[in-house]
Design a protein around this ligand. Structure first.
Ligand SMILES: Cc1cc2nc3c(=O)[nH]c(=O)nc-3n(C[C@H](O)[C@H](O)[C@H](O)COP(=O)(O)OP(=O)(O)OC[C@H]3O[C@@H](n4cnc5c(N)ncnc54)[C@H](O)[C@@H]3O)c2cc1C
Ligand SMILES: NC(=O)c1ccc[n+]([C@@H]2O[C@H](COP(=O)([O-])OP(=O)(O)OC[C@H]3O[C@@H](n4cnc5c(N)ncnc54)[C@H](OP(=O)(O)O)[C@@H]3O)[C@@H](O)[C@H]2O)c1
Length: 273
């Protein structure tokens, strides 16, 4: 029998375990999936936004894999300086596969980054996802205006959660404490800021478009920012996702900012800042 440890129970760890028991070169493989957290599924459980129920339901698929009798799951097992060592694991298993994700923040390296009122998306997402690491932290959302730095899908998630009304989040699995804080939120404007243009932004079109579907929020862009992006003026040379994103942003620019005054909250996309 070949015994393998997979460290990390996010999608990469669970699918690695599945691939190991499904392959046919080695007939008898047993896999233990280990995670430092008590519960499995990594960011599918503790990072995917609560209002993305369909993606969150991937947990059911991952659970079906962990229920295979050749695969075991052990939570509360940290591998590293504070727990089991890699050498210790190799005494117990023939092989170890590390699927530990990329959990740390990327620092901006700017003075003021740690001033009160400035947070990493990791902390904010962990808070509204009830990540065990966020236990005891809290956000009061007393400011009227919030700036989200970055134009990737996590920035879109954070912007959307700040701009959604608590009523829309109530049916989701957002934790009670975060729901209370979001219900009392005074945030009325969310500015999502990219250092490059809309044609190079990292968000995907489906996620970008969703911002305009929030019932209580309007979306606006600054025409002067867009004029700086050659890919906006001529999208023909862009990859497909860039072209689609530019189309969405163009639609918002052409619709103008009138809707902004009619809704409870506004989302402003800014570029080249
Ligand atoms: C905020 C956010 C939202 C996202 N939303 C989406 C989405 O809607 N749709 C989508 O397709 N993708 C989304 N993604 C991307 C997706 O979540 C990741 O690509 C995916 O989860 C990566 O899987 P992974 O298994 O590599 O890592 P992870 O999911 O991070 O899992 C790693 C696991 O390893 C464990 N671990 C770490 N260190 C140790 C250790 N030393 N010992 C033991 N265990 C350890 C962790 O506890 C964790 O359970 C999102 C990402 C983020 C950050
Ligand atoms: N499908 C979903 O709903 C969903 C939701 C969340 C996450 N995800 C996935 O999870 C992964 C991680 O997403 P992510 O949003 O964290 O990362 P990402 O896609 O790499 O986006 C990071 C953003 O931050 C910006 N940035 C980084 N350093 C900066 C700096 N110093 N100053 C200003 N801006 C800076 C980047 O700009 P530059 O491009 O200029 O570097 C980029 O716009 C991605 O694969 C994403 O698609 C998916």
């Amino acid at each position: 029998m070949l015994r393998v440890a997979v460290v990390g129970s996010g999608p990469s760890g669970v699918y690695t375990a599945q691939a190991l028991v499904q392959q046919s070169l080695v007939p008898d493989v047993r896999v233990d999936v280990l995670d430092r957290l008590p519960c499995p599924y990594g960011l599918v459980r503790y990072g995917v936004a609560p209002d993305h129920e369909k993606i969150k339901s991937l947990q059911n698929t991952l659970r079906a894999v962990l229920e295979d009798e050749r695969i075991g799951f052990a939570g509360n097992v940290e591998v590293g300086a504070r727990g089991l060592t890699p050498a210790g694991l190799l005494r117990l298993y023939h092989a170890v596969v590390y699927c530990v994700g990329a959990a740390r923040d990327r620092r901006l390296g700017l003075p003021g980054e740690d001033l009160p009122g400035s947070f990493s998306a990791t902390d904010f997402v962990s808070w509204y996802s009830a990540h065990p690491d966020a236990a005891g932290s809290g956000f009061t959302l007393g400011a009227r205006s919030a700036v989200v730095i970055g134009v990737g899908n996590v920035a879109v998630d954070v912007t959307r959660i700040l701009a959604r009304g608590a009523a829309e989040l109530r049916p989701t699995d957002v934790p009670h404490e975060a729901l209370g804080a979001l219900a009392g939120s005074r945030v009325r404007e969310v500015h999502m800021v990219g250092r490059r243009g809309p044609s190079q932004a990292k968000f995907t079109t489906k996620e970008l478009r969703e911002l305009a579907t929030l019932p209580d929020a309007s979306v606006g862009v600054e025409p002067t920012d867009l004029a700086l992006d050659p890919g906006y003026a001529d999208p023909s040379g862009l990859p497909a996702v860039g072209r689609r994103n530019v189309d969405v942003v163009r639609g918002w620019a052409e619709a103008g900012g009138d809707a902004a005054r009619a809704r409870a909250r506004s989302i402003r996309l800014r570029f080249f800042l």
